[in-house]
Every structure is written in C-alpha cells, then in structure tokens.
Design a protein around this ligand. Structure first.
Ligand code: GP9
Ligand code: MN
Length: 629
C-alpha cells in the first residue's frame, strides 16, 4: 500500500501540471496523427515506396497534423486533454476507413461517397482481406494515451485558470505560423491536377488536408443550396422553360424498347469523319455507318472545366456544366433525373463502363447518385491488351458487351479512353499521314483510325451475338482533341483560313445514332450541342425529360447551341461572346443585327437557369417542378 501511495505522490512531486501534460498530449497527438497519415500515404499507394521521411509530403502531413491538433486544443479549452483523446480516436477511425476504402478504390473516403452509403456494401465481402496486420498502427497508441490520461486525473484544471491567456496566445501563434509555412511551401505545388482527380490533393498534401478540403467543399455547397430563390430568378426559370424547344419529332418512339449503347469517344472531333489523308479515309467504318443511321454534322462540344465529365453530365442530364470547375466535384450530391433514372423506370438495367480509376472525375460518387446499377471501372476489367492510359478500346468494347448482354433490356454507357491526348499509343496503326507523320496531328489521325476499327469490331460482335438489330447505338465525341498548340498544323491539314472564326467552327464533335438495319441513312445539318443528345435519344425511344434544357435534334425547328462561355451559335450565325461580335458563318463577315442580338441574349438565359438548378439543387423535393408548373 505504502509503495502505491508513494508512486502517486511521486507524480505530484514531479510537478506535472496541467500545462505540461497538455503539451505532452499535443506533441503526442501530433506524432500519432502524423505517423498514421504517413502510413495511409503508402498503404493506399498515394505514395510509391521506397518509404522516405524527408520528402515534401512529410512536411505537409506534419504541418496539417500540427494545425489539426492545435485547432482542437484551442477549441476545447480546459477540456483539451479529453478532446485531444477524442480527436485521436476519430482520426484513427477515419484513417482506418480510408485504408480499407483506399486499398480498393485508390483514394481516401469523401463525404459524397459516404453519402451514397455504397462503400460498406461494396467492400463488405472483401473487408477481411483488406485489413492488414500493420493496421495495428491505428490503435497502438491507445495504451500510451490511456496512461497519460491516468496521470492527468489528479490535476485540477481550474487551478491554472490565470495562465489560460498565455496558453491561448501560444496556441494561436503556433497555429498561424504553421498555416503560413504550409501556404508558403504549398505555393510551389502544381494544383491544376487537383481539378480532375482529387486523389492528387491527397498525393500532394496528404490525407488530413484532403479531408479538410472535402469538408470545406461540403459546407460551401450546403450554404449555397440553402439560400432561397429570388422572385426574378423564379421568373427567368419560368420564362426559359416556357420557351423551351420541342423535344419530340416525327421519329418519336422509333427505337422504343431497344437496348441502348451510348459510346462517348475520347477526344473525337467532327472533322475526322470524311477526312481523307494520303488517299485513305481516317474513319472508313463510321463514314459508311452514315448510310444506315442518323448522322449529325453540326454539333459543337459544350464542355467547360470538367472536360470529359462535363460531356457525361450533359448526356445524363441535358443541363449545362458549371462555368468553372467540374460539376462532378461541385455538385456530386444533388438530386438529378438522369438517363439511367428514366430508363430504369422502363425496365432497363443501366450500367456505366470506363476502364480507368473510379475516383477520376469523382465518377464513383457521381454514378452511384445517378442510379446506375454499377460503374465498371479499371478493377472490373481484364487488362488483356493495353493501349494508352489503360485497356485498349477494342478489348474494352468486347468486355463491356459481354457484361451488358447478361441482361435482356440493357442501357450501357461506354466511355472510351485509348485515344487520349497526346495520342502516342498508335505507332502500329498503318495509316499513312504523309506530311503529318510523327506529328501530334498525324498521331491523332491514327488514334481516330484505331477507334474506327474498334467500333467496327463492336458492331461485328453485336451482329454475331444477334444483338445488332435490337440495339440503338449512339456514338459521339466528348471534346476537342487538338488544341491551340497544334493550330498551325491542323489549319494546314484542313485548309482553314487562319481566322478565329474558322478555328472556332471546327470545335465540333460528330454524332451518330444507329437505330437498326432498317433505317435509311440521314445526315442532319441542324446546329446543336451535346446538351441535345439526351432529348434526341429519348425522342427516338418514345420518352422525354421534363427538365432537360436541350431539344430533339430531329425536330423541324431551327438549331442553336449555347457554349459555356456565353457564345451562341445559330444555323447561320456565330456570336462570339469573348469578342462580343456576331459573324455570318457563310460570308464570314460581321453581322450587326439587334433582332439577332436579342435572340442571342434570350438563349444565354439557359445558362443562368442551369446554374440556378445546380446551385440550389432544384430537382430536390420537386422545387423546379413547382416553379415551372
Ligand atoms: C479519364 C478520362 C480522361 O478517366 O475520362 O479525361 P479527360 O482528361 O479527357 O477529361
Ligand atoms: Mn476526354
């Protein structure tokens, strides 16, 4: 008895006051979060071995651990020791979940993913195989913390009240200093890669920062959503929907109940169709497909900061993408009425196929929210033939069709990847490109030639499997493939006049809609955009979308489209919203016309309406419907 009493006394005599203990807790908390986060970096392969402590990432992880722990201590004041303990438990739990999720999906968890609640179901089968013995790191510090808590029990928090001020000043000072150092170093990091792949945030700054960013995003969205609509905003919404162009045509329902395959082709630009180089067609199969499909040759891409994902967004929702950033990251949790939703109602099984990391463009979260039965990403394919970034399009098509046909009424969205910039995976393709040999333009043509061959094989495959006649096939490009750095060469290839107008007018994507062998081919010259693909497809299937802002490209009305920067293109005119000039596309002369200008301003209002729908999440609880009814 004597001895035990003695040891208690001893602690007291060590004069460990609450501040010393708190400092111990803070230091220990920082070390423990730092170690666990660093472990995450490697265990979910954000960082490749060999393990190093001296790299940039350790610096950012250390600083973010310091910031997190100090902020918790500051927030909790006199209960700080217990709060730091709770913080430790929460971080361990979050990081452990990150480890499980990340080993499967290659990225730490995010709120949109948790919101979809699919993650547990997905990995529940394999949860045991995902746990590693090394994961003990997440709990190994608990006995030490327990010991620290034990010796702090006898301390009286109130006794040291008068020193609270010094404590807070030191914490705030250290916090500010850490934030400053973080920002100072962080400036050197190329954050442009973060826009399309959030995994890169965790790669560059560590998982603690990644979660901070995710929470910030979530809160920002919540705040924007909860502000109510003003009367003039409601008015503009009513006006745009009242004026909406027809989404039905004389072809309404001709493809009803057929299977649907939508192929969004990476970087396919309109000019490749019909292009002949060194006496050979670049896309012979697709050119011939015009003879028994609808082919649209005046469709402009409308993507913005979300690039490929913006094209997917338009296909699914017929709304405009966001002016800056990607919708997939800005509004992944909104309520949507997608192509899959509409077709599921009709008894279809909707699936999405893209053989790349499922975290890219936030697709994992987005496609769950879009109500696709499953998004088949790189983990779900057999990588039997590589081309470019991942699986070859040819094998991708075959495998996707094999999965699709398990169901007898299917909708499959296939997003290709082989023809991704910089088109250097096609040296074996035997297309002579003459003067353009070994240039990016020449390689691009080879990529398109390869894609054409892969699509041909897909059609053959479907014919062989007796699926071709009962399947509607939509093929279109996601965005441009050759940019300003290739402008000179491309202008030479296409014999353009060097003007901006000419250049802008080739930023088109081709669109084919095949509805079965019976159709006599029809080329539609009408001007339109990617936003019109959904209404056109639904028109053919005998369905419609109540909120889509696009129109059926098969209706008889004049065509138009609005680009995200406010540029408006009509059948005959091109209004450049950067220059604020209208061009007559035939004479290429400037056209001053106030009547035209007011038509253009009317069309631009669609952008405002689309933005309001997204920012205020207006499809939720039928709010949009109430306004436009
Ligand atoms: C990646 C692919 C490419 O999954 O969709 O996206 P991009 O770089 O073309 O926007
Ligand atoms: Mn793309």
């Amino acid at each position: 008895m004597q001895v035990i009493k003695g040891s208690k006394e001893k602690f007291k005599s060590l004069n460990i006051n609450i501040y010393v203990l708190e400092i111990l807790f803070i230091i220990f908390g920082i070390i423990s979060i730092f170690v666990k986060t660093l472990y995450i970096q490697y265990t979910i392969k954000l960082q490749e071995p060999p393990f190093t402590l001296s790299g940039d990432i350790s610096k950012y992880i250390l600083l973010s651990s310091i910031i997190l722990v100090l902020a918790a201590a500051l927030f909790a004041q006199r209960k700080s020791i217990i709060s730091l303990f709770i913080l430790n438990i929460i971080t361990s739990f979050v990081l452990f979940s990150d480890a499980l999720y990340g080993r499967y999906y290659g990225i730490p968890l995010t709120i949109p993913i948790l919101y979809q609640m699919g993650f547990v179901g997905d990995i529940s089968q394999s949860i045991l195989s995902l746990i590693k013995i090394k994961d003990l790191v997440f709990i190994i510090d608990i006995p030490i913390i327990g010991f620290l808590i034990y010796i702090s029990r006898s301390n009286d928090y109130l006794k040291f009240k008068n020193r609270q001020k010094i404590r807070n000043i030191s914490i705030i000072g250290s916090l500010i200093l850490s934030v400053l150092i973080f920002t100072f170093y962080g400036k050197n990091v190329d954050t442009s890669r973060h826009a399309y792949e959030r995994k890169n945030i965790a790669k560059d700054f560590g998982t603690i920062y990644f979660h901070g960013y995710d929470v910030y995003d979530f809160v920002k969205q919540k705040i924007a959503r909860n502000t109510s609509l003003k009367e003039d905003e409601k008015e503009i919404i009513r006006e745009v929907y009242a004026r909406k162009d027809k989404d039905t045509s004389k072809y309404f329902g001709t493809g009803r109940d057929k299977n649907l395959i939508v192929i969004q082709v990476e970087a396919m630009q309109g000019f490749v169709a019909d292009l002949i180089i060194e006496g050979k067609e670049v896309t012979p199969f697709l050119n011939q497909l015009k003879n028994n499909s609808f082919y649209f040759n005046n469709i402009y891409h409308q993507v913005a900061g979300g690039n490929t994902s913006d094209a997917e967004f338009m296909l699914n929702n017929s709304l405009y993408p966001s002016a800056t950033g990607s919708v997939n990251y800005l509004y992944p949790m909104n309520e949507y009425l997608t192509l899959a939703d509409i077709l599921n109602e009709e008894g279809y099984t909707s699936r999405m196929f893209h053989s790349y990391d499922s975290s890219f463009w936030n697709r994992e979260a987005v496609y769950r929210n879009y109500d696709y039965e499953k998004f088949y990403s790189i983990n779900d394919f057999n990588l039997d033939e590589k081309r470019g970034w991942a699986l070859s399009d040819d094998s991708f098509f075959k495998q996707s069709i094999d999965i699709s046909r398990e169901k007898n009424k299917f909708f499959s969205l296939l997003i290709t990847l082989s023809s991704h910039h910089p088109y250097d995976a096609f040296s074996d393709i035997e297309l002579e490109t003459g003067d353009f040999k070994d240039t990016q333009v020449g390689n691009y043509l080879k990529a398109m030639n390869y894609l054409d061959m892969a699509v041909k094989n897909l059609f053959d495959d479907l014919r062989e499997k007796d699926l071709l006649d009962n399947t509607m096939i939509v093929i279109y490009g996601d965005h441009s493939g050759l940019y300003q750095d290739q402008r000179g060469l491309l202008e030479k290839l296409l014999k353009l006049d060097g003007s901006d107008l000419d250049w802008n007018m080739i930023q088109k994507v081709p669109l084919w809609i095949y509805t079965g062998e019976g159709l006599e081919g029809k080329t539609i010259e009408k001007t339109g955009g990617q936003i019109d693909i959904l209404p056109t497809v639904l028109d053919l299937m005998g369905l419609s979308h109540p909120y889509g802002l696009g129109k059926s490209l098969l209706n008889e009305n004049p065509g138009y489209l609005v680009k995200r920067d406010g540029t408006v293109i009509l059948d005959r005119y091109y209004y450049d919203n950067q220059e604020k000039v209208i061009y007559d596309t035939q004479s290429k002369a400037k056209a001053e016309n106030s009547l035209l200008m007011s038509e253009i301003s009317e069309k631009q209002k669609e952008l405002v309406v689309s933005d309001l729908i997204l920012k205020k999440d207006l499809l939720k609880n039928n709010r949009l419907l109430e306004i436009i009814q």
